[in-house]
Design a protein around this ligand. Structure first.
Ligand SMILES: [Zn+2]
Length: 145
């Protein structure tokens, strides 16, 4: 199930060339054409879904398992890689730019200059009541999923 205009679906259909790292019946992993650092890989499900919640359980589990292996392979590859970030931007407010769910595997190394900015992070512990209230809201929706 692919989308006619989606750039990742076009990559899956081989209408747009990509540099494939791994492919099976559920997922594909390919090099990000605009890498944050060399070795930046995207792992996508073969089903077109914007949100990870809508990707099948089997395909979303496979995405993470493939990313886990790519993590190990990248560390052993000889590329600059002291660490990695896995990033999944699930919606525009989280900086999702291609609306086909994808998991970034980004090699990191000391002094690479990549930074995350958390403007609301104060460095102070949140009150326990605030943590409990948020946890209860999530837990109540988690039941039955
Ligand atoms: Zn797509």
């Amino acid at each position: 199930m692919t989308d006619k205009d989606c750039i990742f679906c076009k990559i899956l259909r081989k209408e747009i060339p990509s540099t494939v790292v791994y492919e099976d019946e559920l997922v594909m992993a390919f090099m990000d054409a605009m890498p944050v650092n060399p070795g930046h890989v995207l792992v996508i499900p073969k089903e077109h879904q914007q949100f990870i919640s809508n990707v099948s359980s089997e395909a979303s589990a496979r995405m993470f398992e493939v990313a886990r292996k790519i993590n190990t392979a990248t560390r052993e590859s000889g590329l600059d890689c002291d660490a990695l970030n896995f990033i999944l931007s699930d919606g525009p407010a989280a900086s999702q730019e291609v609306f086909h769910s994808h998991l970034h595997s980004i090699p990191r190394y000391e002094g690479d200059g990549v930074r995350f900015h958390y403007p609301n992070k104060t460095g102070k512990m949140a009150p326990a009541e605030e943590l409990s209230a948020a946890a209860e809201k999530i837990k109540s929706r988690l039941k039955g999923l």
